[in-house]
Ligand binder design. Structure first.
Ligand code: CA
Length: 227
């Protein structure tokens, strides 16, 4: 059974390219040009993933994604023309699963779609199941449990860890983490290092043998959620 992919894109040439690439790969693409059409369609039928242009004529793609998230956990892949929007996308507080920057190759886009579909299917239960056994994020109470133990975190540490847990194994740059934790403009990227250090110490206090936070030299940090 082929997966249905909704393309929300107002540039006909791009929409046609993406549609063609998806169809060639055995997907069933649906195209709309307006955010409102996308919402209407998603309320009426189930699709397997959404490819969402950030710059739509009627509504900003970020806003649309938030609206979609009020009733659906469908995987969303953003398409943006501006690399400066990427930090907001990786923020994931808007609920995106991945992104590509224009111009992109349709082949690359299809590969990304396959990845988010695999992740969505493999994930089983949504939300908490994605962040697996080592961590449990309680967003309502702004708490994180690690290996069954509540870890007392500062606000910054909580936001930092929550941001990384939103995409386990993904390498976040310090600049991205600053955006995600709403760090004050004036603070230095070193701030992130300092908080990572204290975060590590707190996690080590729970399980001395594990170090779930990985340092990627010259790039940033990622978090591992299982061994
Ligand atoms: Ca556009």
């Amino acid at each position: 059974m082929s997966a249905t992919i909704l393309i929300v894109e107002d540039e006909p040439a791009i929409a046609a390219n993406v549609e063609y690439a998806l169809r060639t790969d055995g997907f069933r693409p649906l195209c709309v040009t307006l955010g409102m059409q996308a919402l209407e369609l998603l309320r009426q039928q189930t699709v397997d993933a959404v490819i969402l242009d950030v710059g739509l004529p009627d509504v900003n793609g970020f806003e649309l994604c938030k609206q979609i998230r009020t009733f659906s956990q469908v995987p969303v892949l953003f398409v943006t023309a501006r690399s400066d929007e990427v930090d907001r996308i990786v923020g994931l507080e808007i609920g995106a699963d991945d992104y590509v920057v224009k111009p992109f190759s349709p082949r690359e886009l299809v590969a990304r779609v396959k990845t988010i579909l695999r992740r969505a299917r493999g994930g089983g239960a949504p939300e908490q199941a994605r962040v697996d056994a080592w961590f449990k994020v309680d967003e309502v109470r702004a708490r994180i449990e690690y290996r069954g133990a509540h870890v007392a975190l500062t606000r910054f540490e909580y936001l930092l860890l929550k941001a990384m847990l939103s995409q386990p194994e993904r390498v976040f740059s310090r600049a991205q983490l600053m955006v995600l934790t709403e760090a004050p403009e004036a603070s230095m990227e070193r701030t992130v290092d300092t908080h990572i250090k204290s975060l590590r110490a707190k996690l080590r206090a729970v399980a001395p043998d594990l170090d779930p936070i990985q340092t990627h030299r010259g790039m940033g940090y990622s978090v591992k959620v299982s061994s």
